[in-house]
Design a protein around this ligand. Sequence first.
Ligand code: XMP
Length: 435
Amino acid sequence: MKQDMILVLDLGSARNTAVARAVRALGVYSEIYPHDLTAGELKKLENVKGMILCGGPNDVIDGEKISASDAVYDSGLPILSIAHDRAKRGEKLGALPEKDGEIAEMLRGFVFDTCGAGANWNMKNFIADQIELVRRQVGDRKVLLALSGGVDSSVVAALLLRAIGDRLTCVHVNHGLLRKGEAEQVVEVFQNQLGANLVYVDASERFLTKLAGVSDPEQKRKIIGAEFIRVFEEEAKKLEGIDFLAQGTIYPDIAESGTKTAKMVKSHHNVGGLPEDLKFELVEPLRQLFKDEVRACGTELGLPDSMVYRQPFPGPGLGVRCLGAITKERLEAVRESDAILREEFAKAGLDRKVWQYFTVVPDFRSVGMRDNARCFEYPVILRAVNTVDAMTAEIVEIDWPVLQAVTRRILQEVKNVNRVCYDLSPKPTATIEWE
Ligand code: XMP
């Protein structure tokens, strides 16, 4: 292993990720684990130089104050306990600065002097380490990759192609909730340009049938996630000898699906939505990375900018942007309006400046006028946000002429839509997606 590592243990602080990122800002790789890390789990991790226990207001589970497992204290590694009111067994105590930007300085002495960690965290080393870990995990067996074509799964595909070559089979499932032209693009880039083993499955009707009449956002996500895995299992059976499922899970997916101490925000299709009878072992080499780091990883792997800087797209796709129970009519309105928004943003040079932008169609209609007659049609809601790591986000101030051009085209070209609105909400209190 090329990189030294500091573990951040979650003892109920809401700022674990800020601490982990602060360690990385010092040039030292860090990973976040739950407070009850076992001796066995710890043994599997190499080059661990020290641990930071992050306590906070959520350090009580079922009325009991939680503390780190004995395995942590028995490890003999240097331990720093921050924002925690007492030292349990002689570890160092530290106070967490109010501002995230000041955490790294506070940790510098512990990380370098006490732990003696080397500043050797960079993408080249991260990739080399992950390739070694994947090869060790997989051996000479085969891996199936859920390739959505988004940044995360594309970067995993590139990483696994390097690690195991043609023992990787990519499956692209068209769940009928993809953006306009997306399935075609995935086939072109991965099959034709990168030469990966790619199976394309058009399962649109199957997903839409399962989702018919389902309006609860969490239920929709769970159905899409479960159906995804079923489709993969079917494909895996046809392929023979597949033991692993690779996924583009990244750290915010895990954090928001609820850690042991943090409340769930929403279940992500590649975490909480997994069915219990899952038959594959998972390969998730990006699970400790944040979005900006995933892009840097993709660039280091030689992926083109058009792929690495493609805006993120949620696993459940347009399904979470066609609010409530999905209908073909409204799904078409989401897809067409999204295509228009993307075209107009590209024309205005905003596609590289805005982190994520998309349209949402709610399941209610409003009164309007068309051809001198009353009409009763759906609104399209525009959303454009900037963020560093998707944990918080701010809305983008879009120039009026761009908004007007988008609005004009949507009202002219998209069927069943008579109104366009702009969503002004930051995250928090909103999330980026509506469901
Ligand atoms: P939220 O809505 O949670 O979104 O603020 C944060 C980022 O994550 C994307 N997102 C998902 N990505 N599976 C994913 O891979 C999902 O289920 C999922 N839900 C949301 C969202 O588009 C945004 O970029």
